[in-house]
Write a protein of this length. Structure first.
Length: 304
């Protein structure tokens, strides 16, 4: 049994934290898929699962999305969480299309899987995999942030799937450059293709940070999730590509204003209803190995 799970249930996990639907809450609703099993956190399964249960019952629960796990660990996951399996929302990572047969089996066994993620850029393979994915699941195809990846986005849109882009990693060279990110967002917006972003988005605003939790960690300039979401909003609502690129470069948190009914960056402003539409139809989620860091930073900035 998971440590602390009894206390979690006593807090009534089935009831969502009730919050006024402000602009920031609209942007953050279910935004962060928890990837604690993956670098740089690389937690053990029991620790990551315990964390997820803790976050579900926290005051910030409305910002929590799915628990991300590789398909080959689902048996271990089931035995770890036991009778409390239903408290999780799961996104499964596939490393091989052969895992699709296992995926269907796990769904029949009651595994609460909502989405599936895999790397793929070849149009014919995207089409073949999309046909085999259970209809009730949303599928994300990860593509690189480069010209090859942008070409693949049309195929992803054609099969009714979603895109996944990787915004960082544990080395500086894994962080995509701003112009490439801006170009990819522009194609996504033109296609009206929903996407999720992952890796290196622990902090709201672009900044130089250690890339792992080790004492001698390499450093790099990490993209901010507020930069990304707002740049996506610029392009989704028909704004200028130059503004989106400037936004992705922004490192000054004071250039944002977060009020009850809007989020503003310099001369650009998005209302609560626009942010809700952005999240529903375009920026679906952010995968992060930390849920605490983004929440802590948002509180420190006074945005929560």
């Amino acid at each position: 049994m998971l440590a602390g799970i009894e206390e979690a249930l006593q807090a009534d996990l089935s009831v969502e934290v009730q919050k006024e639907m402000t602009a920031i809450n609209s942007l953050l609703a279910g935004l962060f898929d928890y990837a604690g099993l993956y670098p740089p956190a690389s937690l053990g399964l029991r620790s990551a699962a315990n964390n997820y249960v803790e976050y579900v019952r926290s005051v910030q629960a409305s910002s929590l999305g799915r628990f991300i796990i590789n398909i080959d660990r689902l048996d271990e996951f089931r035995s770890t969480v036991g009778e409390y399996l239903g408290q999780f929302r799961i996104s499964v990572v596939l490393t091989d299309p052969a895992g699709l047969d296992v995926l269907a089996k796990e769904i029949r066994r009651g595994m609460p899987i909502e989405t599936v993620e895999m790397k793929c850029t070849r149009p014919e393979e995207i089409e073949e995999i999309a046909r085999r994915i259970p209809q009730q699941l949303a599928a994300y195809f990860e593509v690189p942030i480069n010209a090859e990846g942008r070409v693949a986005l049309s195929s992803i849109a054609r099969v009714g799937a979603r895109a996944k882009i990787r915004m960082g990693g544990i080395s500086p060279e894994a962080i995509p450059q701003v112009p490439e990110v801006a170009q990819t967002l522009a194609v996504l917006a033109e296609l009206r293709l929903p996407f999720k972003a992952t890796a290196g988005l622990h902090h709201p605003v672009r900044s130089s940070r250690a890339l792992t939790y080790k004492p001698q960690s390499p450093k790099g300039t990490m993209h901010g999730f507020m930069n990304l979401c707002c740049a996506a909003a610029v392009l989704y609502f028909g704004g200028k590509a130059g503004d989106a690129e400037k936004l992705l470069h922004e490192e000054d948190a004071t250039t944002w204003q977060v009020s009850t009914d809007a989020i503003q960056w310099r001369h650009l402003k998005w209302r609560t209803d626009q942010l809700a539409e952005l999240r529903r139809d375009f920026v679906h989620s952010i995968g992060s190995c930390s849920f605490v860091e983004p929440m802590h930073d948002l509180e420190s900035l006074g945005w929560l």
